[in-house]
Design a protein around this ligand. Structure first.
Ligand code: SAM
Length: 574
């Protein structure tokens, strides 16, 4: 099988295997082509795909070459016209012959596209694509967290980042052309650097050995805001994979123990991950970051099934919750790929129906081709932590997600000795963010267990200083009556937001912390010693009109329904 067939099969994911593109490639043991060559072919082709889609469609290539699928056409055209080494196949190879037959036409179409885009040479076109800029001429920076479990900032600045110049202006990092070596030391989160986006660190030993971790600034907020200390007891990460926040929690705890002279004291981060495949990634990341001495993984385990009153959790003092969300805060990243595939039957040239009007069958790619106007979205690395947005059914999905998020948050509030919780999402929606916070605070569980919001002035420095705070959407909340205007203002001031595509260089993100005072903690005699489902708390599923607040056993946010949260249903009908 040639490089092109292998790359196309991986893109089609015909094995239906999960995980990022890189993990699928490196896991596949029967590949004939070097994995690095496949990764390079796919990532480079993806950069050019919006241009080449048009070139291929206008050339009529797919109508004439029945051996070519849209994916093969894209990969081959890339190597034929863009790659300096040309098509990587022997002269008589069927694919090489097929693509070479169209070289003149394809080259002419590429020239037209280049001239139309205003570039004098192919090199200039290449450079412009490599430097793709976002709104306002600013690009999203590459955020790098120094993993203090393995190294420290000084060591990395003098090794991995030797030769990099320091700047105190984040905008500079976001606007310099590559390969400018510049770093910005973040003022809000310790041990965090921003670098120009196109600097490729993925092959450095620092990255491959886990000394540095690619983690967006906003994604560092939850662990830092939780501020775990050895004296808090065990820390739970309820939704852990791929583990960026888990390793951050572990790093903060170990650092704190060292500062307090508590080296050698028992530290435990208990990481739950419901998904079996993502558990594998989590295990890998924890090991790579050397967090395995501190983190114990509850793999393929649903946090909602953890009995808060079980003995193994009696020492849990802090909980980080970063549940599945709509992912609407995610920005285009170096570690995510968008591939525009040419259409089989573009209406423009009218000649792309099969010569004999027959339905063409190409390696099961018909479906992909039929939908090829929708770009293919792929995660390149396992370090990608969030889930893809599902724009099409957003309203329904938001309702289901918010119900699940409220449920998981109120579940965390039942851990008898917990005193701190952070709740975060990479969503920009009020429904998944402030509204969940307001509902959680108003829940019987929060009231019964004495939970309150962690006020802005109580937050760790950095988080207290962060200017973007919660927003309120009257249209989308029924909560107004529950809070006085002052209370509402305080809660919003306590909520932290990050906006995407701003000069902050963050993705869209939300985090809030909850706290409760020592005297609000239940004494052992007051504890319920039941399993989940046997506790009166368990019936709470958010505000309801008094009916159908059912106890579910599936624990899946996708299966949460309006029936279990009539408030949301009513809201939509307004
Ligand atoms: C947004 S991601 C977490 C990202 C992670 N905190 C990080 O920073 O790397 C949400 C994860 O929670 C997992 N998850 C969702 N619901 C869960 C549950 N009830 N129990 C345990 N894990 C859950 C999902 O499978 C997914 O891996």
């Amino acid at each position: 099988m040639s490089l092109y067939y292998e790359a196309a099969a991986l893109l089609a994911n015909s094995d239906k295997t999960g995980g990022s593109l890189k993990s699928r490639i490196y896991r596949k043991k029967d590949l004939k082509s070097p994995p690095a060559q496949i990764v390079a072919l796919i990532t480079e082709s993806s950069k050019w795909s919006a241009v080449l889609k048009d070139v291929i469609e206008k050339s009529g290539l797919l109508a004439e070459e029945k051996k070519l699928t849209p994916t093969l056409a894209l990969l081959l055209t890339h190597d034929l016209l863009i790659s300096k080494r040309g098509v990587a196949a022997p002269a008589g190879h069927v694919l090489k012959l097929a693509i070479n037959r169209h070289k003149a036409r394809l080259s002419a179409e590429l020239t037209k596209a280049r001239v139309k885009a205003g570039h004098a040479t192919l090199e200039a076109f290449r450079e412009a694509l490599n430097n793709g800029r976002g709104a306002g001429g600013l690009q999203h920076p590459r955020w790098v967290r120094i993993n203090t479990l393995k190294t420290n900032l000084e060591k990395e600045l003098s090794s991995t980042f030797a030769g990099y110049e320091k700047t105190t202006d984040l905008r500079q990092v976001m606007s310099v052309p590559p390969p400018t070596k510049l770093y910005f030391l973040d003022p809000h989160i310790p041990n965090l650097l921003a670098l120009p986006p196109r600097i490729d660190l993925s092959r450095t030993t620092a990255y491959t050995s886990g000394r540095i971790i690619f983690q967006d600034k906003a994604s560092c907020f939850p662990a830092y805001l939780l501020d775990p200390k050895p004296e808090d007891g065990d820390v739970v990460d309820g939704c852990a994979a791929p583990g960026n926040k888990t390793t951050h929690l572990a790093a903060i705890l170990v650092e704190r123990a060292a500062q307090e002279g508590a080296v050698g004291s028992h530290l435990d981060v208990i990481a739950f991950e419901r998904d079996r495949l993502r558990t594998k990634t989590l295990e890998k990341m924890i090991k790579l970051a050397s967090a395995d001495k501190v983190v114990s993984i509850k793999g393929a385990s649903d946090f909602l099934n953890a009995n808060p009153n079980a003995q193994e959790f009696e020492n849990v003092g802090a909980i980080l919750l970063d549940p599945s969300c709509s992912g609407t805060g995610i920005v285009g990243r170096d570690d995510a790929l968008t591939i525009h595939l040419p259409e089989m039957n573009p209406t423009a040239n009218g000649n792309t129906k099969s010569a004999h009007g027959k339905k063409r069958k190409r390696d099961g790619e018909e479906k992909a081709a039929a939908q090829s106007s929708v770009p293919l979205q792929l995660e390149l690395d396992d370090s990608v932590e969030e889930e893809s947005p599902a724009e099409d059914q957003l309203t329904e999905r938001l309702t289901a997600l918010a119900t699940f998020q409220l449920r998981i948050l109120t579940h965390a509030m039942k851990f008898p000795n917990a005193r701190k919780i952070t709740y975060s999402t990479c969503s920009i929606h009020f429904e998944e963010n402030e509204d969940v916070v307001f509902q959680a605070l108003s829940s019987p569980i929060a009231k019964q267990h004495g939970w309150r919001i962690l006020q802005r002035e109580e937050q760790v420095s950095g988080m207290k200083d962060w200017p973007r705070r919660g927003v309120f959407n009257v249209e989308n909340s029924d909560i107004t009556a529950e809070f006085t205007p002052d209370e509402r203002k305080d809660v919003l001031e306590a909520c932290i937001r990050c906006d995407k595509a701003t000069e902050d260089g963050t993705m869209g993100f939300f985090v809030a912390a909850f706290s409760r005072d020592k005297d609000a903690i239940q004494k052992p005699s007051e504890k319920h010693d039941s399993v989940p489902g046997g506790d009166s708390d368990e019936e709470w599923n958010g505000f309801s009109d008094g009916d159908e607040a059912s106890t579910r056993s599936d624990n899946s946010e996708n299966q949460e329904s309006e029936a279990s949260n009539p408030k949301k249903k009513n809201k939509r009908e307004k």
